[in-house]
Design a protein around this ligand. Structure first.
Ligand SMILES: Cc1cc2nc3c(=O)[nH]c(=O)nc-3n(C[C@H](O)[C@H](O)[C@H](O)COP(=O)(O)OP(=O)(O)OC[C@H]3O[C@@H](n4cnc5c(N)ncnc54)[C@H](O)[C@@H]3O)c2cc1C
Length: 464
């Protein structure tokens, strides 16, 4: 029996553990927090199951769909997605739709947007220059004016750096391109496709997305695996074939699946040389603070979440759980909102206490106009460290030597997951990494786990 240690009980770690149990390995999972599910966990708040911000599950991979459905059973609903941009008091459809944007912007501003879009297309065609950073990518797809109105402020809030310092990987992975031709066809009702796309509908468990991972944990235990909660891994042992717990004891294993932050994993390896440590210093993560507010109103706005583009507000996104399957069942006449703030470790936001963050959230929510003067009844704060790997321009130059070092020196360590592999993963990517890591360990296959989640272009919004 192969002995496998898994660090982290989020989607990637639990999937790997479950598959390894099924494939006959001896599996032990160590999770730092008291919960399973990682960033995709759910928890009860004021009597309603809520997620850590919006967690829409979707995938283009039939194997992942089947894996998820097997765990969800009948306990999910299809949600008709409505997620708009809120900009200076007005709602704009997202993904952007020309007719809606025109109605909101007025003819003058719309003409300016259209002109800058066409100018950009002509310039690009003449110069044949490929975009080199996030700003250029978005401008090339939408034109300068739409970039300034709908992408710049939100992206800079999220990443904390100017858009021209961001790599195009982020845009290519996350933003659906805009085609004027397709937009015109749709506007005149001539678009042929009538299937439900990822843009329009998604599945969500009635008890919150985290129920999937609670069920995985139950199955792992039933299959003989062990899960240790509130047991952080402090480091990797000298030989690199086992983990060190916080009390200094070690557990050896044949294979190690790590979903802890890649930078922490590698820094704890005793043989990491100076250049690798220097490369690790260049890889950064961004933190999230979620401010949950309970509001005495049950019809604030119909969106599942809203992107707050308004540059004057630090607030980036608002989830309204009233419009998710769990919230729809809430008979209290109130709504639970989660306000997202993004920040670096040590920043004024990260070090603010809960009361100050709740007061900030309440103030900014009132300024959006979305609160409709309804009283805020209660507040709750959750801090998520390291949840966004920052794709700073050129980050691959630092990441690649780290990957090469791990491959050469530690073939028994399988680094997967969102911060675990420094990839801007959704749940489906982390699940896929878990499945393939398990196959590599149990069957000796050679899936390249570092290549997962590079299916740029069509991933985000297309597909059924
Ligand atoms: C606000 C927000 C919104 C999101 N929206 C969506 C969405 O709409 N759709 C979607 O599919 N995905 C969404 N995601 C992403 C999704 O949550 C992640 O892709 C997924 O949780 C990644 O799983 P993972 O296992 O790779 O990492 P994680 O979920 O981060 O799990 C890693 C686990 O490792 C544990 N750990 C860390 N260090 C140690 C250590 N030293 N020792 C032991 N354990 C350790 C952590 O406690 C954690 O439980 C969102 C994420 C956020 C933050």
């Amino acid at each position: 029996m192969k002995r496998v240690t898994v660090i982290g009980a989020g989607p990637a770690g639990l999937t790997a553990a479950l598959e390894l149990c099924r494939l006959g390995c001896d599996v032990e999972v160590f999770e730092a927090s008291p919960h399973v599910g990682g960033m995709a966990r759910s928890f009860p708040l004021w009597g309603v199951p809520v997620d850590l911000g919006p967690h829409r599950f979707f995938t283009r991979d039939p194997r992942i769909t089947q894996f998820w459905l097997d765990l969800a059973g009948e306990d999910f609903e299809l949600v008709n997605r409505l997620t708009r941009i809120h900009y200076r008091g007005r709602f704009y459809d997202y993904p952007l739709r020309p007719a809606n944007a025109l109605a909101n912007l007025g003819w003058g501003e719309a003409a300016r947007c259209g002109g800058s879009y066409l100018r950009e297309k002509v310039n690009r065609a003449l110069s044949r220059k490929q975009p080199d950073n996030f700003e250029e990518w978005v401008v090339s797809a939408f034109g300068q004016r739409l970039y300034e109105l709908f992408f710049q402020a939100y992206s800079e809030k999220l990443w904390g750096i100017p858009c021209r310092d961001l790599d195009i990987d982020f845009a290519a992975q996350r933003i659906q391109r805009f085609s004027l031709g397709r937009a015109l066809l749709a506007a005149f009702g001539w678009e042929r496709s009538s299937h439900k796309t990822l843009t329009s509908t998604f599945a969500h468990p009635v008890q919150g997305c985290g129920v999937i991972y609670e069920r995985m944990a139950t199955r792992i235990l039933a299959a003989g695996g062990r899960i240790h909660l509130s047991t952080p891994i402090a480091g990797i042992n000298r030989a690199g074939d086992g983990v060190i717990l916080a009390d200094g004891t070690t557990r050896s294993c044949d294979h190690l699946v790590s979903t802890m932050p890649l930078t922490q994993l590698c820094r704890s390896l005793p043989d990491a040389p100076g250049p690798i440590l220097q490369a690790l210093d260049q890889l950064h993560y961004r933190n999230t603070i979620l401010v949950y507010l309970r509001v005495a109103h049950d019809r604030l706005f119909p969106d599942q979440w809203v992107y707050v583009q308004t540059p004057e507000l630090r607030l980036g996104r608002i989830t309204n759980f009233r419009n998710w399957p769990s919230g729809r069942r809430d008979a209290s006449g109130t709504s639970i909102l989660a306000l997202e703030y993004w920040c670096d470790r040590g920043s004024d936001l990260w070090t603010s206490d809960d009361a100050a963050l709740i007061a900030l959230g309440e103030r900014e929510l009132a300024r959006t106009g979305l609160l409709q003067n309804a009283p805020v009844l209660d507040g709750h704060v959750v801090r998520l460290p390291c949840c966004y790997p920052v794709y700073r321009k050129g980050y691959r130059e630092w990441l690649h030597p780290v990957i090469a070092f791990l491959r050469q020196n530690h073939p028994g360590i399988h680094a997967i997951g969102r911060y675990g592999a420094f990839k801007y993963n959704n749940q489906d990517h982390s699940i896929l990494m878990g499945i393939l890591a398990a196959e590599n360990i149990a069957h000796g296959t050679t899936h390249n786990l570092w290549e997962i989640n590079t299916d740029y272009g069509v991933y985000q919004e297309s597909g059924s």
